[in-house]
Design a protein around this ligand. Structure first.
Ligand code: GLA
Length: 396
């Protein structure tokens, strides 16, 4: 579904909830992670960009004890009582909103009933963070409707907790952070421990390149359980490493010089920890390379990241590996890797603008021939993070 204009969204809202109150609307983008995978929950570094596909919500307080929702994408209605927030098994999209409302309650705030209309164009189950976009949009809108004035980072943390504690995925902070704080034409170099970040310009187009995002069409089925297992393995690796390295609180604290100790851990802990330690180094090297205009080096790091996710962290799958292999066969492509949690979802590739048609043709045809799946290929622009939108919005 294409994204509606703000005016279109507000019209849809009024058609479903015809009252004269003050309707507000927000938009939060999805994200694609350029480098730094499975490092965020190890307090390490990530390098995502917000994309120009997002989720928007129009809403109004309704003076009742109930939240009413309408999803334009699913043409589906839902409703829940504020005093009885429990996860829904059938309509799982509602849980992201419920989780956010519940977190506001846990903070001691008193969310009131509201009517909300939701619409979006972030491909779902593709590892482009449609869930984080929904959580962030809901958090920002509810904050605005109630006039609480929580800061962006507090809303990011609240949205992440909604996913951790209500939806039940132990995700890190990257997706919600990128969705809230992304900047147009930049990627965010984020330190997931201090939450300090730097917006790094991405003048890829000027350099004649694009980041192509290829959706494998494989939904991230295993992601939930395997994701949580990877987290536990990282924690176990830290506990064992503390015998030799007492100052280490997370894998973020393990540096390349300690790799020999990491390699002595039992399998698979050695490989899991090695991925995280080296991936953190790759993010820092990648940001330096980009700033210096060294795209070839950046591309090399992307491909190295993929190999490490495939062999050491074991979160890739045959389809993602095939997409990377096909991408690297296209002349001029500087690097490619899976992006996001893994086990399906998308790959990215650094492709010369002039080779984009050849890239799309070769990758689609060959992938379809070998897997029977037609991949989707996107070229997203680095987009601004979540914000209140009005009819006068230039982007609406
Ligand atoms: C998912 C999680 C993120 C991050 C990535 C892997 O997208 O939501 O927090 O851990 O996987 O890098």
């Amino acid at each position: 579904m294409n994204e509606l204009s703000t005016a279109g969204l507000l019209e849809e809202f009024k058609a479903r909830f015809p009252r004269a109150g003050k309707v507000q609307a927000v938009r939060a983008p999805g994200r694609v992670n350029l480098l730094g995978e499975h490092t965020d929950y190890n307090q390490g570094f990530v390098f995502p960009m917000a994309i120009d596909a997002g989720i928007q919500i129009a809403g109004e307080l309704n003076g009742t004890g109930r939240v009413n929702l309408y999803s334009l994408n699913y043409a589906a209605k839902e409703s829940f009582l504020l005093e009885e927030i429990t996860p829904s098994k059938s309509n799982t999209w509602v849980n992201y909103i419920k989780g956010v409302v519940w977190q506001f309650q846990k903070l001691g705030l008193q969310p009131q009933g509201a009517d909300l209309v939701i619409q979006g164009n972030v491909p779902q189950g593709a590892g482009l963070s449609s869930s984080a976009a929904l959580e962030v949009a809901a958090a920002l809108l509810l904050d605005a409707l109630h006039g609480w004035g929580l800061g962006a980072v507090d809303l990011v943390k609240l949205a992440q907790k909604a996913e951790n504690e209500f939806v039940g995925v132990a995700c890190g902070i990257m997706d919600q952070f990128a969705s809230m704080l992304g900047q147009k034409d930049h990627a965010l170099f984020l330190d997931c421990r201090s939450l300090e970040y730097e917006a790094v310009p991405l003048p890829l187009e000027k350099q004649g390149y694009a980041v192509a995002v290829v959706n494998s069409g494989v939904r991230r089925g295993l992601a939930g359980s395997e994701y949580n297992t990877r987290r536990q393995q990282c924690e176990e690796a830290v506990q064992r490493l503390q015998n030799e390295l007492p100052g280490v609180e997370s894998l973020r604290d393990v540096s390349l010089v300690d790799l020999s100790l990491v390699n002595q851990l039992p399998d698979p802990l050695a490989r899991r920890a090695r991925h995280v330690v080296m991936e953190n180094a790759r993010v820092q090297q990648g940001v330096t390379a980009l700033k210096a205009g060294e795209l070839e080096e950046f591309g090399r790091l992307l491909t190295a990241s993929h190999k490490s996710l495939r062999d050491d962290y074991e979160v890739s799958c045959a389809e993602l590996d095939l997409l990377v292999e096909l991408a690297l066969e296209v002349p001029g492509v500087l690097g490619s890797r899976m992006t996001g949690a893994g086990f399906g979802g998308c790959t990215i590739a650094l492709v010369p603008q002039t080779s984009l048609p050849a890239f799309e043709k070769t990758v689609s045809e060959e992938y379809q021939r070998r897997t029977g799946i037609q991949p989707e290929i996107f070229v997203f622009r680095p987009a601004p993070g979540a914000r209140i939108i009005t009819e006068a919005d230039p982007q609406s």
